[in-house]
Write a protein that binds this ligand. Sequence first.
Ligand SMILES: CN(C)C(=N)NCCC[C@H](N)C(=O)O
Length: 277
Amino acid sequence: MEGIKDMPTHRAATPRRLLMCPPRHFDVRYSINPWMEPEKPTDTALALLQWEQLSGLFQELGHAVEVIDPLPGVPDMVFAANGATVVDGKVLGARFRHVQRTAEGPAYLQWFIQQGYREVLWPEYVNEGEGDYLTVGRRILAGTGFRTDPRSHAEAQEFFGLPVTGLTLVNPRHYHLDTALAVLSDTEIMYYPAAFSPGSQAVLREMFPDAILASHEDAALFGLNAFSDGLNVLLPQAAQGLQKQLLARGFNPIGVDLTELLKAGGSVKCCTLELRA
Ligand SMILES: CN(C)C(=N)NCCC[C@H](N)C(=O)O
C-alpha cells in the first residue's frame, strides 16, 4: 500500500478559530455556477437550521466560532470561506468575480478591521478567498480557472511570504479549489484529479504522492468541500466512499447535512473561514 508506513498512527485535533455567516437571507436568485437553479424553490429556514447544526458541531468539537452579520441582498454571503484568506494573522481581502457578490468583499474586510486586525490588504486582483486559497502547513495551494485571477497568486505570495502553488481547475462544477481538494493535516490532502488540468494533476502527484483520491461519485456529491482539524473531518453526509477512505487513514469522518446550501453550490468548507493566528 502506497506510503502507508509513513502515515501518522496517532492523530490529534487542534482547536481552530472559525468565522461563519448565518444564512438569514439565503436564496438562489441568480446562477453563477452550475449548481444554482433559480427556478427551483429554496427554504431559508431549513438552510439556517442546517447551518446552525454545523456551527453547533464545530463548537462541540472545541472550535471557537465567530459570526459576521449577513447583509440583505447578498444571499451567497453565507459562504464565509470566500470572504478573505487569513494566515499568520494577516488578512488578504476578497475581490469577487461576479457583480452579484461584489458587496461581500468590503463587508468582510470591514469586519476584520473592526476586530482589530492590522495587516489587511485590499487586493488588486480578483480572488475568492479560501474558496481558492488553501493552506497546507506552511504552503498555500491556489486555484484558478474560473474565479481567482492567476495574477492574484503572486500577490498572495508577496503578502503572506509563503510559497504559493498555482493549480488550474478545468471542470465548471468544481469552480473553486475547495470543491475539488481538501486539506486534512499539515502534510495531507484529498482531491479529485479530473477537476484539474493535466499539468496541475502532475504537480499534485509530485507534492502529495500519498493523497486520498476521491471518486467521481464522491466529488460530484461535493464530498471534498470538507473541514479538518487534524482528526475530525466534517464533510457532506452523502460522500460515503470518502468517509470510508478517511476512516482507513485514521481520521474521524463526520457526515453533515447541508443539502439546502448545496443548491447555491456550497457546503461545509464554503461556510467556514479559518482565522489563522
Ligand atoms: C468553496 N467555496 C467557498 C465555495 N464554493 N463557495 C460557495 C460559493 C457559492 C456561490 N453561489 C458562488 O458561486 O460563488
